[in-house]
Write a protein that binds this ligand. Sequence first.
Ligand code: PMP
Length: 363
Amino acid sequence: MNQHRLYTPGPTPVPDRVLKKMSEQILYHRGQEFREIFARVNENLKYLFRTGQPVLTLACSGTGGMEATFVNLFLPGDKIISVNGGKFGERWVAMPRTLGLNVAEIKLKWGEAPSKEQIVSALKENPEVKAVYLTHCETSTGTATDVKRLAKVIRENSDALICVDGISAVGGIEFHFDEWGVDACVTASQKGLMTPPGLAFIALSSRAIERLQSSALPRYYFDLTKALTAFMKNDSPWTPAISLVTALDEALIMIREEGIENVWERHSRLAGAVRSGIKDLGLKILSDHPSDTVTAVLLPSGIEWARFSDILTNKYRCVVGKGQGEYIGKLFRIGHIGYYHDAGIKTLMSCLEKTLIECGIRL
Ligand code: PMP
């Protein structure tokens, strides 16, 4: 038996209902049947993001969605503020620099969340900034940013666009695109959306849509004006990832059946169970603002990641994420975003306990 249970912060387990859709015969993407599916997906994505604005679907992973925001919203040399609290924040500093933007970085210690004061002082030092980039959940550290609070602070102090990497947050942590005044938010299929990797989604405010007209960085496949024009007709400019879209349709129907508030509540309850289980095992979590979607746990001294992961994966069939960047070999990350329930979390906790004992820890 090779069956593993994924407890990684992406990709995440895919429900059987969604998997079945992946095995259906391919539809013609310009035909009526697919158009109807895409129309429903577009409506349900708005429900997920809590918005009346367009949510565009692109055939790429989340990083592609983020690149699309950088190349569609700015002019060469425009300045943006980017919060860097881990591996993904690092990427949102390096990528826009590569693309010709000027980046003011708010660098945090891994495990820290950005504060109101840090945002206000960066905005004061850089009054000309065109956007502030926040990461709702920094997956490398399991840290949540208070997007609601910081979006308000940004809007009170500046005209900058508010752009959010919601890749490991949307569908797991409470998020209101319209109400919180966010201008661009990106997520991907393989986490809260319970679908295999390969799709990215971008919600755009009216302010962001206006910027699309005046932006001037090179792009073709990722030209969001093309995606938006097609979106208005429930179409896409290129061949869409048809099987992923039909699978996503089913996953979004599941989210609607459960109700988004109940989905957030389930994530919060399971995250609480993970954190208290970790504490009961005598382990420590890295973050001072833990996310309800990912928990980064420090490996106790004397435990080698390779041995720990070998036992947990090959004997107990549970796969957790490894440490990244400066925390390689020093922590493990438990994903609990998407298709998780109490039984799965209890199973993981009991397998973790046995693994730690077999690694020689006295609990
Ligand atoms: N941002 C965050 C917060 C993520 O968790 C990830 C994926 N782990 C990414 C960006 C990159 O997304 P992808 O791997 O889908 O390109």
